[in-house]
Design a protein around this ligand. Structure first.
Ligand code: SF4
Length: 201
C-alpha cells in the first residue's frame, strides 16, 4: 500500500497527520504536545504498550478506565473521559482511501472520538492499514475484535476459536457499534498519529 497516498487522503479529509518510526517516538511527541490538559483515554492496546498513561499523567489530569482509582467503577471513570480537553484512542482499521474504522462494545471509546473535546488523537500503527473501506471493516470485525475479545479473557466464540467473527449474542460481545469516520468531525481538531512499527491488535 502507498503510505504517501494514504496520508494525502487523510489530509484531504481534514485530519492533521504525524508519522513516526516507533511507538517510543510517537509517545515522546505526544508527551510534548499535550501539556496541562484534562485528558481522556479510550481503551487501546497500542497506547498501553506505549506507556502513554504514565507519560501524560505526569503533567496532565488523565482519566483512563484501564488506570482508574481504587473504588471507582469503569462507568464512573469512562464518563469523565467524555468531558476532557483532549481525547486519545486508537483505531481497529484504516483504509488507504482515508476512512477510519472502530468497533466498540460499551461505547465510551467511540463516543469520545466523536464529540466534546478540543482535540482528538488517533494513535495507530500502519499495520492496521487496508486497501479499501470494505477491507477495513472486515479487519475490524474479523481480526481486531476477536483479538480484543481474547485479550479481555472473554469466552466469546471468536476468542475461543481465534479465527473470525461469529456475530455472537454473548453477554460480553464487544461489537455493538461500528463507527466509520468519513471526515474530521466539525468543531474538533483531529490528528492521526501514525506509527510504522507494528503495534496493537
Ligand atoms: S460479534 Fe461476537 S463473535 Fe464477533 S467479533 Fe464481536 S465478540 Fe467476537
Amino acid at each position: 500500500m502507498d503510505e504517501g497516498r494514504f496520508i494525502e487522503n487523510l489530509k484531504r479529509r481534514g485530519y492533521e497527520v504525524t508519522i513516526f518510526d516507533t511507538g517510543a517516538a510517537a509517545a515522546a511527541y505526544l508527551e510534548g504536545a499535550i501539556e496541562g490538559k484534562t485528558v481522556g483515554f479510550g481503551d487501546s492496546e497500542t497506547m498501553l504498550s506505549m506507556g502513554l498513561y504514565d507519560k501524560l499523567a505526569a503533567h496532565n489530569q488523565v482519566f483512563d478506565p484501564m488506570h482508574r482509582p481504587q473504588g471507582e467503577s469503569f462507568r464512573e471513570t469512562a464518563k469523565k473521559t467524555l468531558l476532557t480537553d483532549v481525547f486519545l484512542t486508537s483505531l481497529n482499521a484504516m483504509s488507504e482511501t482515508g476512512e477510519l474504522v472502530n468497533i466498540d462494545g460499551t461505547g465510551n471509546r467511540v463516543a469520545g472520538s466523536l464529540f466534546g473535546h478540543e482535540k482528538v488523537y488517533f494513535v495507530v500503527s500502519l499495520n492496521k492499514l487496508c486497501p479499501t473501506l470494505e477491507d477495513a471493516v472486515f479487519r475490524a470485525r474479523n481480526v481486531a475484535a476477536p483479538q480484543n475479545a481474547a485479550r479481555h479473557g472473554f469466552s466469546n466464540p471468536c476468542a475461543v476459536r481465534g479465527d473470525r467473527c461469529y456475530d455472537c449474542a454473548a453477554k460480553d460481545r464487544i461489537c455493538n457499534a461500528l463507527v466509520v469516520h468519513y471526515r474530521k468531525m466539525r468543531g474538533i481538531r483531529m490528528e492521526v498519529v501514525l506509527i510504522r512499527e507494528p503495534m496493537g491488535l
